[in-house]
Design a protein. Structure first.
Length: 380
């Protein structure tokens, strides 16, 4: 199999790499992190101006019809630079749901805005009790004249504090944990009855809790068929897993390079500590984990946009398992080999380590995906 990138993919990779390298130094990142939105709206607009936000969308809606491989190239460079912008959650997750479930009118209205950077969206599917189970939905939507009223609570909505629209999952029928009866709604976060509580995650990104109390949404705000959104949520979360694996690989590459450079410069007993064989072995172990994660990420990118199937889901579950384990290993070993400096907030490695620990738990941790993989093997 030929794993070489074509000329267009190489140009895309180089464009993102140069943009991140020129714009996203560590000091700039800290400035962006402390800003009002918790990220740089100007950088997000640069991504859009260069056409990067349009890559996953169909040409009919102002996109380029890119595949999971193109998404992988973008996310790897964003991960290498520890970029804070909600590209994953707004463009890939929310945009993917709109592309799959939206009516022609909804797609014509929303996708060009996402592609040009004039709209940021967020996805609210997690709840305090759900623990990675997308069908465990206690937020309720009741039909009323002209629309629906929403009541409930959504947890850890990444970049929801700054989103112009939030996609909210709510139960419109069946029991609390039934596979059927889950619907998606386009929610205006400024609507009456919506309350957002923003907070910083452990890796410095911003998220929020969303509280809904008798929130009215128009009947045109429902995305897809009533009660049948779960399969689309799972499919699009699979695309996000492939993209997030790529982001983790970029972060791991940066962490490994930082650790390698430190071992070559830190002096102990009159020589660089990188000359000690025990530390060389640990550095090799980090690279082995990174290489395994890179291979699984490439495989996940190749299947991410394929039709839903058990084979696709097995690959994505395996990739998330491998990358989650590798992320934790690289984060832990990088800190161990650096010593105390690896934990300081003023040093970039600590931010890579915290982000890798977050990645290992978003969209399901390694135990969750190992169980999913085992179930899919039994089906096969």
């Amino acid at each position: 199999m030929d794993f070489k990138l074509n000329d267009e993919q190489l140009m895309l990779q180089d464009t993102v790499a140069r943009l991140v390298r020129d714009t996203y130094g560590f000091e700039q990142r800290e400035h962006f992190r402390q800003s009002e939105h918790g990220f740089s709206t100007a950088f997000m607009q640069q991504l859009a101006d260069l056409g990067l936000c349009a890559v996953p969308f169909a040409e009919a809606y102002g996109g380029f019809g890119g595949s999971g491989v193109e998404t992988m190239l973008i996310m790897t460079e964003l991960g290498r630079g520890l970029c804070l912008e909600p590209f994953l959650h707004s463009v890939i997750f929310a945009g993917g749901l709109v592309s799959q479930l939206g009516t022609e009118a909804q797609k014509a209205e929303l996708l060009p805005q996402l592609a040009t950077g004039t709209l940021q969206m967020a996805v609210a599917v997690d709840e305090p009790q759900s623990h990675y189970q997308l069908h465990d939905v206690q937020t309720v939507a009741q039909p009323v004249a002209g629309g629906w009223t929403l009541n409930g609570r959504k947890s850890v909505v990444v970049a929801g504090q700054s989103a112009g629209l939030i996609l909210v999952s709510a139960r419109t029928g069946q029991g609390v944990r039934d596979e059927q009866g889950v619907s998606l709604f386009l929610l205006d976060p400024q609507a009456r009855g919506v309350c957002r509580r923003a907070f910083a995650t452990m890796d410095g990104r911003m998220a929020c809790e969303v509280y809904l109390e008798d929130v009215f949404v128009d009947s045109s705000a429902i995305l897809g068929e009533v009660g049948h959104a779960l399969s689309a949520l799972r499919y699009q979360q699979g695309r996000c897993i492939a993209a997030q694996c790529a982001e983790a690989v970029g972060s791991m590459e940066a962490a490994c390079q930082l650790t390698h450079d430190y071992l070559k410069t830190r002096q102990q007993f009159g020589q660089p500590i990188g000359k000690f064989q025990a530390l060389q072995h640990r550095m090799v172990d980090m690279r082995i984990e990174l290489d395994q994660a890179t291979s699984m990420t490439l495989l996940a990118a190749c299947v991410a946009d394929q039709q839903d199937s058990d084979q696709r889901n097995r690959v994505l579950a395996a990739a998330k398992f491998i990358v989650s384990r590798a992320s934790r290993f690289v984060a832990d070993q990088g800190i161990q080999l650096h010593g105390g400096i690896g934990l300081t907030w003023e040093y970039v490695l600590s931010h890579h380590a915290k982000h890798l620990l977050m990645v290992a738990r978003q969209f399901g941790d390694d135990d969750h995906h190992l169980q999913a993989y085992a179930r899919l093997l039994q089906v096969a």
